[in-house]
Design a protein around this ligand. Structure first.
Ligand code: CMX
Length: 136
C-alpha cells in the first residue's frame, strides 16, 4: 500500500481547554481549529507541527472510546495516524494479510478525512489509524 506520512498523532485529554494552554502557550503552536466529530464522540483540536499534526481528543460522552481509554489508562498517546492514498485498497490488503481490523470500511473523521482503525493487538500495542484525505 502507498503510505504517505504520519498524518497526525492523537492524544487523549480530559479537557481541550486545559491541555491547549500547554500546547499553545508553552510550545507556541498555533491552533489549526477545533471540531466536534459526532460519530466518534469527541471534540478535536489540531495543532500543526512541521508536516504533521498533533490531534488532542476530548471525549464528549461517557460512551466515547476516548473516555474509556482515559478511565483505564489516563491521559496520553492514543493513536498514530498514517495517511494513505486509497483507504479501501489499504484495508483490503491488510484484511488479506489477516491483520485484525477494527473497521473494515472507512468512517468519517475530523477535517473531512475518511478513517479506519487497526486493532492495537495487531500492532504490538499502538492503535493505528489509516487516514485518507481529499487530494489538495
Ligand atoms: N492504544 C493502545 N492500546 C489500547 C488503546 C489505545 N488507544 N485502547 C485500548 N487499548 C488496549 C486495551 O488496554 C486492551 O489491552 P489489554 O487487553 O492488554 O487490557 C486492548 O487494547 C483491547 O481492548 P478491548 O477490551 O478489546 O477494547 P476496548 O473496549 O478497550 O476498545 C479499541 C479498544 C481500540 C478497540 C476501541 O477504543 C476502538 O474501537 N477505537 C477506535 C475508535 C477510536 O478510538 N475513536 C476515537 C478517535 C477518533 C478520531 O481520531 O477522530
Amino acid at each position: 500500500m502507498n503510505l504517505k506520512n504520519i498524518d497526525h498523532i492523537g492524544i487523549a485529554v480530559s479537557s481541550l481547554q486545559e491541555s491547549l494552554s500547554f500546547w499553545e502557550t508553552a510550545l507556541g503552536i498555533e491552533l489549526h481549529g477545533i471540531e466536534e466529530v459526532t460519530e466518534q464522540h469527541v471534540r478535536t483540536a489540531f495543532l500543526p507541527v512541521g508536516d504533521t499534526e498533533v490531534e488532542l481528543l476530548e471525549p464528549t460522552s461517557a460512551d466515547s472510546s476516548v473516555a474509556k481509554f482515559i478511565e483505564k489508562r489516563g491521559e496520553g498517546l492514543h493513536h498514530i495516524a498514517i495517511r494513505v492514498d486509497d483507504i479501501e485498497a489499504a484495508l483490503a490488503e491488510l484484511k488479506a494479510k489477516g491483520v485484525q481490523l477494527i473497521d473494515e470500511t472507512p468512517r468519517n473523521g475530523a477535517g473531512g478525512a475518511r478513517i479506519a482503525f487497526v486493532h492495537p493487538k495487531a500492532t504490538h500495542g499502538v492503535l493505528l489509524e489509516l487516514c485518507e484525505r481529499k487530494k489538495e
